[in-house]
Design a protein around this ligand. Structure first.
Ligand code: SF4
Length: 268
């Protein structure tokens, strides 16, 4: 089996699901609901019922002051990661579809597994014409990923995303040329994209403006400002400032609905 056929999944890899690939019942999911699916908590599709596939591994080391990567178990410390054939992951997702027509591929960083992501998306759509969102830090261009996404959710990392001493992180975190490629490719294919930024400090909006000035093909409706916060308390502390900046700049304010509903528990 090649890398194009396999996916390395985080320990909460396919969620929330209630059946295996053969339709046999599984223990109740972390959502607490006796059925598969959750809501997309962030971005243009906020509130849409969705199934999630979380991949393991990331090339960045985000560590905002007071709050690290909210999926550390999938990124810097992928404990419990496991491999499955991409076609089997598609079969499990399809078995858990019910009334859900959205699948979100997230991480970690999905761009590190372009072959598996492409194989998964093509296999998935043989069962049902799912809408697929691919969430990414947008640090490398992968045509195999860009060519299968209905919505590329690009989350470029600002300088507040790690201490200045993390030289490797800062050297890799921002690739305006790569971001532009995803925007242009989405426009060309008649598909969508979003630019989703974590708001952590007062200097963030200025950096976002600077980045946007170097890009074309976007509108303010494609730009989302999301407060830093993996817990309801932290989210609340940053929400008002993020909303204020979003209003002033004409960008979208981006909630983290899953944190309010589930406290960002794994597998929800
Ligand atoms: S890019 Fe995303 S998954 Fe990777 S370390 Fe940063 S926040 Fe975590």
């Amino acid at each position: 089996m090649t890398g194009d056929d396999l996916l390395l999944l985080a320990r909460d890899g396919i969620f929330p699901v209630t059946r295996d690939g053969d339709g046999r019942p599984l223990p109740p999911p972390a959502s607490g609901f006796p059925f598969p699916g959750t809501i997309q908590g962030e971005g243009k599709l906020n509130g849409i019922p969705s199934l999630f596939v979380r991949l393991a591994g990331c090339n960045l080391h985000c560590a905002w002051d007071g709050d690290g990567c909210d999926t550390a178990h999938a990124a810097s410390r992928p404990t419990g990661a496991f491999s499955l054939p991409a076609r089997e992951v598609a079969r499990i997702a399809a078995r858990n579809r019910d009334n859900t027509r959205h699948v979100v591929i997230t991480g970690g960083e999905p761009l590190l597994q372009p072959g598996g992501v492409e194989t998964f998306c093509r296999a998935l759509r043989q069962y049902f014409p799912f809408h697929v969102t691919i969430e990414s830090n947008a640090t490398r261009y992968e045509e195999r990923v860009a060519s299968v996404a209905d919505l590329m959710s690009l989350s470029p990392k600002l300088s507040s995303s790690a201490p200045a001493s993390d030289v490797a992180h800062h050297a890799a975190r921002l690739r305006p040329g790569v971001i532009q490629q995803y925007i242009s490719r989405a426009r060309e294919r008649g598909k969508d994209f979003q630019l989703k930024f974590v708001y952590a400090t007062e200097s963030d909006p200025g950096e976002i403006r600077e980045l946007l000035a170097s890009l074309h093909g976007w509108t303010n409706e494609d730009v989302l400002l999301m407060p830093l916060g993996a817990t309801p308390g932290m989210l609340q502390r940053n929400a008002r400032a993020a909303a204020g900046h979003a209003i002033r700049e004409g960008w979208r304010y981006c909630d983290r609905l899953h944190v309010s509903l589930f406290g960002n528990a794994e597998g929800t």
